[in-house]
Design a protein around this ligand. Structure first.
Ligand SMILES: Nc1ncnc2c1ncn2[C@@H]1O[C@H](COP(=O)(O)OP(=O)(O)OP(=O)(O)O)[C@@H](O)[C@H]1O
Length: 229
């Protein structure tokens, strides 16, 4: 399914709800509802250990959760990763094998290197190298760029800016804003100063509940103990 085949007339809507997760009797997520649509960047913030990674894994389908419902345009898609062209996911840990050349990774994901690196020309000469030969920050940046430019309706990013130098964080954030014209992006990253300005919707995971923040987002982030006062 290409990104426009499910609903060529309008945006696609990805919804996740009924997500409840416990570890050892401790509830991490309690009846979460989250919505992302194409054309939006949705930010997911929360303190360390609040369950952001677990939530992204569950939406992607890498973590099976009883009663969890993930839907696209109202149609249940569990596990979502099986749905061709629906979504891709950058986990916190490296996604692609270190032995893979960047050119091969791009080919596997159907990504045009020239388009993906249009704003990162210094990366182009590195496409003959393997991911393992890159620095940690460059490898992170390349993987985020490849998933961003792959032809899926949604991309889920778990800390895409981690280890990436500030000048590239800025350019990657701008690139996300450009790409959202044809995709929906769900991003969690503690680089809130870069994340907040590009988000259309901000969620905060707090004590197992997912709160949609409206109004003065920074003030609420302080109130909930995510930002220092
Ligand atoms: N397999 C597991 N077994 C037990 N507990 C787990 C397991 N996976 C995650 N947890 C716990 O679930 C909670 C949420 O973890 P998660 O990695 O989703 O947090 P996070 O919000 O992404 O944190 P961070 O901001 O530090 O990346 C943590 O307390 C973690 O220890």
């Amino acid at each position: 399914m290409s990104q426009n085949s499910t609903n060529p007339a309008g945006p696609q809507v990805l919804e996740a709800d009924g997500i409840r997760i416990e570890f050892g009797g401790r509830q991490v997520l309690g009846s979460i509802y989250l919505r992302v649509q194409t054309g939006q960047i949705v930010g997911l913030l929360g303190r360390n250990g609040s369950g952001k990674s677990v939530l992204l894994q569950t939406i992607f389908g890498a973590r099976a959760v009883a009663d969890a419902s993930v839907r696209v345009n109202g149609r249940r898609v569990v596990p979502a990763f099986r749905e061709p062209g629906l979504l891709n996911y950058l986990p916190q840990e490296p996604l692609l094998p270190p032995s893979l050349t960047l050119a091969r990774a791009a080919a596997l994901l159907g990504v045009d290197i020239k388009a993906a690196t249009a704003r990162f020309p210094e990366l182009r000469p590195q496409f003959g190298q393997t991911l393992g030969e890159l620095s940690g920050g460059s490898a992170r940046l390349v993987q985020a760029l490849l998933l961003l430019h792959a032809d899926t309706a949604f991309s889920l990013f778990d800390e895409p800016f981690s280890g990436v130098m500030p000048v590239h964080v800025e350019t990657l954030a701008e690139e996300m804003q450009r790409v959202k014209a044809r995709k929906g992006l769900l991003i969690t990253d503690h680089r809130y100063a870069e994340v907040l300005p590009i988000c259309d919707v901000v969620y905060l995971l707090h004590q197992g509940r997912l709160l949609k923040l409206e109004g003065d987002v920074r003030e609420q982030l302080r109130d909930y103990g995510y930002l220092a006062s």
